[in-house]
Design a protein around this ligand. Structure first.
Ligand code: ZN
Length: 319
């Protein structure tokens, strides 16, 4: 009763048995039901006999789970659950607009992280590029072929399309460890053209992430936040630079760099492969802030507020 929501038919069968037992006891002789069952189920103070109403008891017990979810912080695990859940969209009533992969093969919050971060409230001003992104999503949503039947939920991990604890455990267990050194040894794929998409100079790792005018502008904004008098020109300089200007923020030294380089890399790819060019380097820094915010849960709980404050300060530098 505390695990499943009983269907009405089951409740009716159980109540029929209970009524029979109440009026006839163990005997087989049929007896009249002198008072309505509903009245019997009322509390004694309200004129009933205090016999439990199955549906109401069932709901009360299930509510206990919601209470546990909120008070014991189990909602954090929802993200893992949502990653394994697959939704076959039909009438769209069960989908989570931003977090389900219902419109494309990935959730909208993953495809449009900046917009996702800005979504509430949506009455604030959106930069033109983001406004276009939002209009694109609306257009795709309106052209989606919804059907007059309920959405179907299935399970991605484990092969049988149904949820199993084992499938989640196996999935969590197989996450590869990412070592950042590989990133630095990796060659940047040129699309037939070795020049930088932002400035036409030869593209290299140091150029893209540090020496390109776009990168310098971003580091300049970060530097102004930290009251730094210079900007780093490569990764080893970055390590000394951040150590000097943010000595108390060791936890974010790696995260900060990862967020900025990841945002730059994604933006570079969008320009190379989709011909979508940014209007201002600040957009990249906004993206980086979104990543930092998104990754906050990776820090120890006592550090999270500090990191979020840092992200706020950094965001303020983009205006
Ligand atoms: Zn460049």
């Amino acid at each position: 009763m505390s695990l499943y929501l009983f269907p009405k038919t089951i409740v009716a069968i159980l109540d029929k048995q209970r009524r029979k037992f109440f009026w006839q006891g163990g005997g087989t002789k049929k007896k009249y039901h002198l008072v309505a069952w509903k009245t019997i189920c009322l509390s004694k103070t309200r004129g009933g006999l205090g016999i439990k109403d199955i549906t109401k008891m069932n709901i009360s017990l299930l509510c206990k789970w919601w209470w546990k979810l909120e008070t014991e912080n189990l909602l954090k695990i929802r993200e893992v659950y949502l990653r394994g859940r697959v939704i076959q969209t039909a009438d769209g009533k069960r989908i989570l607009f931003w977090k389900d992969a219902w419109l494309q093969n990935k959730p909208i919050c993953v495809l449009h992280p900046v917009l996702f971060d800005w979504r509430v409230p949506f009455d604030r001003w959106l930069p033109p590029s983001m406004f276009e992104e939002w209009i694109d999503i609306i257009n795709t949503t309106f052209s989606f072929n919804f059907k007059q039947q309920p959405d179907e939920i299935s399970w991605k991990w484990g092969g049988k399309k149904i949820f199993t604890t084992k499938s989640v455990y196996d999935h969590l267990n197989q996450q590869p460890k990412v070592r950042s050194e590989h990133i630095w040894k990796a060659k940047i794929p040129y699309k037939g053209n070795p020049s930088c998409v932002f400035c036409d100079q030869i593209e290299s790792v140091d150029h893209l992430f540090f020496q390109c005018p776009v990168a310098r502008c971003i580091w300049g904004m970060v530097g102004s936040c930290l009251q730094a008098s210079n900007v780093p020109g490569n990764y080893s300089q970055y390590k000394q630079w951040i150590e000097k200007w943010l000595p108390d923020g060791k936890v974010v030294h790696h995260f900060g760099f990862a967020a900025i380089s990841w945002a730059l890399w994604k933006c570079r790819n969008k320009a190379v492969f989709d011909n979508k060019v940014i209007r201002h380097p600040a957009e990249i820094l906004i993206h980086a802030c979104v990543f930092l915010k998104y990754w906050t849960c990776l820090h120890k709980e006592e550090r999270q507020v500090e990191v979020l404050e840092g992200v706020k300060t950094l965001l303020a530098c983009t205006h």
